[in-house]
Design a protein around this ligand. Structure first.
Ligand SMILES: Nc1ncnc2c1ncn2[C@@H]1O[C@H](COP(=O)(O)OP(=O)(O)OP(=O)(O)O)[C@@H](O)[C@H]1O
Length: 470
């Protein structure tokens, strides 16, 4: 690859990641060489190397590929070996940051461009950059996420704090980070002066440990207590990390006392995060707790259609055959990140072959992803788990008994079958002893209602869902 090619890639990256991210993270990269599928760049600090590798490697690799400079990985070489983020965690400063393909391109947005500073706290906002693509406009709403979306919208409108914190939880890749970034973007548009800080719980811990090490706890406290909106992603990370929890608790209380909005995400409900202090759990439950459910077919199709429209703008003229999106929505699992990755690969493939992608080519091109998604939960597995959980006979799942101690678990199994498998209602009905699809629909509705009213049922559902998806 020549420097000219890198110049072209950079200008595309500017469009993709937005100006702030670009000047903070992409511009400082210096291209060194592309050899044997490894693209090597020099970066000023190992903090930057880590950040770029975790958040931007997939998007960089993608644009390299689009410019005929295909690489399978990045190698980021630190130009001057200043101690950086890893040193905070106790690791030796690294000259090189090995770069695995990042699971997603996350940006962080603070109300000022986040500077890639690895050293001491210096008065900048303690956030990470925001991803310009994670907005409300690009978030597709469906039944499984409508409540979380509505709550996020409400918080994004600003105004008096009505629920504090907003706690968003759900499985991997279901849109928690996307919603948090969308709130931050929205708040910044409406009130540019707001000090909005988004960071992961892991970054919070790094910051904290760094401040301890550098004896800058006062600065740390002041910095975090001076923000207007604090968003902490993946809070389950601090479970079991005692002093970080302690500091998080104090930061949390100080902000709530000042009536500042806090938004937290986790992979499970507050009460279910193991090794999280009770007082933190109960604080987290004080506001509004909403979950993002696993996607259903309609939502998956909506997301695919919306992403395909974006890809078509990016690569005009590329086509995929009718029925392909429906096929993917049917066959690919809950995780939206996997869905997106599949579509991205299809479009990259389409741009290589230069013609419409057929269903057959889709199956070839995505064979590995489709195979992995085949390991899906079955209705039979759900029936077995649920009957074990409630201590009833498996045969009662399909039998005629109508006493509540049997009918309710059966309805729970129907609900889980509807949400965790791609089976249609009539198909589910057949697996429940030939029941009609309206009976299944009634069962699903009943559990949807009870879930909001009965904590025990909500907890059981969550536990069963996680056990089944594990
Ligand atoms: N409803 C949606 N509409 C559009 N895109 C979505 C939606 N849900 C998720 N995505 C996309 O899926 C990808 C994964 O989402 P995100 O990173 O927000 O997931 P997450 O819940 O934070 O996952 P993790 O638990 O891994 O942190 C992102 O690219 C995001 O834009």
């Amino acid at each position: 690859m020549t420097n000219d090619t890198w110049g072209r890639v950079k200008s595309e990256l500017l469009d993709t990641v937005g100006r702030n991210n670009f000047s903070n993270w992409i511009e400082p990269l210096e291209f060194i060489e592309l050899k044997q599928g490894v693209a090597t760049f020099s970066v000023p600090t190992s903090f930057m190397a880590n950040w770029v590798s975790r958040n931007f490697s997939d998007v960089i690799l993608h644009h390299l590929h689009m410019n005929d400079a295909t690489a399978s990985r990045l190698n980021l070489v630190v130009a001057n070996q200043r101690p950086a983020a890893q040193a905070v965690a106790g690791a030796a400063p690294q000259a090189q940051a090995p770069v695995a393909p990042a699971p997603r391109a996350v940006g962080v947005a603070a109300s000022e461009p986040a500077k890639p500073v690895a050293g001491a706290l210096d008065g900048e906002l303690p956030g990470a950059p925001l991803d310009a693509r994670f907005t409300f406009d690009s978030f597709v709403v469906g039944k499984p996420n409508e409540l979380a979306h509505a709550a996020a919208r409400r918080v994004g409108e600003g105004g008096p704090v009505t629920f504090n914190p907003l706690f968003l939880y759900g499985g991997v890749g279901l849109g928690k980070t996307h919603l948090m970034h969308a709130i931050a973007h929205e708040l910044k548009i409406r009130s540019p002066e707001l000090r909005v800080v988004y960071l992961s719980a892991e970054q919070f811990m790094y910051r904290f440990v760094q401040a301890l090490r550098d004896r800058q706890m006062m600065d740390f406290k002041q910095l975090f207590r001076s923000v207007d909106v604090l968003m902490v992603d993946d809070v389950q990370f601090i479970a079991g990390k005692d002093s970080t929890q302690e500091e998080f608790f104090h930061t949390f209380n100080a902000l709530v006392d000042q009536n500042k909005q806090i938004i937290i995400s986790a992979d499970r409900a507050p009460g279910e995060i193991k090794d999280l202090e009770e007082r933190i759990k109960s604080r987290l439950q004080c506001g509004l707790v909403v979950d993002l459910h696993p996607t259903d077919y309609e939502l998956r199709l909506g997301i695919l259609q919306s992403k395909a429209d974006t890809f078509r703008l990016q690569y005009p003229g590329l086509q995929i055959a009718d029925g392909v999106l429906e096929f993917l929505a049917q066959r690919i699992s809950n995780n939206v990140r996997v869905l997106e990755g599949a579509l991205q690969r299809l479009f990259a493939f389409a741009s290589l072959v230069g013609r419409e992608i057929t269903m057959e080519q889709t199956q070839d091109c995505l064979a590995d992803i489709l195979r992995a998604s085949d390991r899906k939960v079955t209705v039979e597995e759900i029936q077995r788990r649920v009957s074990e959980h409630y201590n009833i006979r498996l045969s009662d799942m399909i039998g005629p008994k109508r006493v509540r101690s049997i009918a309710r678990p059966r309805q729970i199994a129907m609900y889980l079958s509807k949400h965790l498998t791609s089976r249609s209602l009539p198909e589910i009905g057949r697996r429940f002893g030939g029941r009609d699809h309206t009976t299944i629909m009634h069962g699903v509705k009943k559990i949807e209602e009870l879930k909001g009213l009965d904590n025990q049922i909500a907890e059981d559902l969550e536990m069963l869902r996680r056990a089944l998806e594990a």
